[in-house]
Design a protein around this ligand. Structure first.
Ligand SMILES: Cc1cc2nc3c(=O)[nH]c(=O)nc-3n(C[C@H](O)[C@H](O)[C@H](O)COP(=O)(O)OP(=O)(O)OC[C@H]3O[C@@H](n4cnc5c(N)ncnc54)[C@H](O)[C@@H]3O)c2cc1C
Length: 268
């Protein structure tokens, strides 16, 4: 079992993995391919003149390989906090356990502002977390394919009464404290107390399921060592609020890694 799992191989995840590995920590990096860097042409990173983001990303992965960091290429679908304090990470059909987790998943998916105010108050992005609350009752769902079919399949485990709402028809949601109704573009109103959003399974969903605290923009709350609100889970890079640049991603990865090294050594 690796002592630390880092998810993400952009600048934040690679930086954390490098500092952990060089401190002789058994680290596993799990990442799918892709990074904000792939879209970037970098002109402001120290020591590099006019460097292509793709090249920088590839260099980062090479650095991991050169240092013999264990890596797995895959999409993390679920993270569980276990009773014994360990964390279980689900990747395709495999599971990995660890003591510490560094989340370096990049920018959180933006949730449409018309739903944001009711997230966790009737609006949900996680069928298996929240659908049991509406067992046997009407469950409303909106979104687009291919996510919609998957979500409907999951919701159908809890109710036969699934109401699919066309996203383009929704003008706004209303309710005093929690979701009470949908106002459609044609002016009609439907009273509802739940609405499931079928959106890509993203970092958002992973940390929503875990119960991590996030701010209004979906950025994970962390302290000065990049510790999240859940013990032994760190969040670094573009997942947290602040300046989103390579330098800040690399910095946060390093600080989180050094804090973990300290923790591991203390408990040894
Ligand atoms: C167009 C553009 C131009 C930019 N230009 C600059 C610039 O000039 N200078 C600068 O400093 N910064 C620039 N940036 C910002 C910079 O690219 C980011 O700040 C930086 O890449 C953030 O690093 P990160 O490691 O936090 O996230 P990312 O680099 O986005 O990496 C996220 C990682 O998480 C992985 N991941 C996500 N979800 C999962 C999952 N469920 N399972 C497994 N892996 C997952 C991804 O595959 C990826 O490996 C630019 C960004 C963009 C979009």
């Amino acid at each position: 079992m690796p002592q630390v799992i880092v998810i993400g191989n952009g600048p934040a995840g690679v930086s954390a993995s490098i500092y952990l590995k060089r401190a002789n920590i058994d680290v596993l990096n799990i990442s799918m391919n892709g990074s904000s860097l792939l879209k970037a042409k970098i002109e402001n990173y120290y020591g590099y003149v006019d460097v292509d983001g793709k090249k920088l990303y590839e260099n980062g992965i090479k650095q991991l390989n050169d240092l013999a960091v264990s890596t797995i290429n895959g999409f993390v679908q679920k993270i569980e906090y276990l009773d014994n304090g360990k964390l279980r990470i689900f990747v395709s059909d495999k599971e990995y356990e660890t003591d510490y987790l560094v989340l370096a998943l990049g920018s959180p998916l933006k949730i449409n502002s018309k739903y944001k105010d009711y997230l966790g108050r009737g609006v949900s992005i996680c069928a298996h977390c929240d659908a049991p609350l509406y067992r046997g009752k009407e469950i409303n769902v909106t979104g687009s394919e291919p996510y919609l079919s998957d979500m409907i399949k999951e919701l159908s485990l809890y109710s036969d009464n699934i109401c699919r709402i066309k996203e383009d028809d929704i003008q706004r949601l209303e309710g005093e404290f929690s979701l009470e109704r949908i106002v459609y573009n044609d002016g009609t109103i439907k009273n509802i107390n739940n609405l499931f959003l079928a959106i890509p399974v993203s970092g958002n969903r992973l940390y929503y399921e875990l119960g991590l605290m996030v701010d209004d923009n979906g950025y994970i709350d962390v302290d000065e060592k990049y510790r999240s609100t859940i013990k032994n889970i760190y969040a670094v890079g573009d997942m947290i609020s602040g300046i989103h640049q390579i330098s800040s991603a690399v910095y946060s990865g390093m600080i989180a890694a050094l804090d973990i090294v300290k923790g591991v050594r203390k408990s040894a």
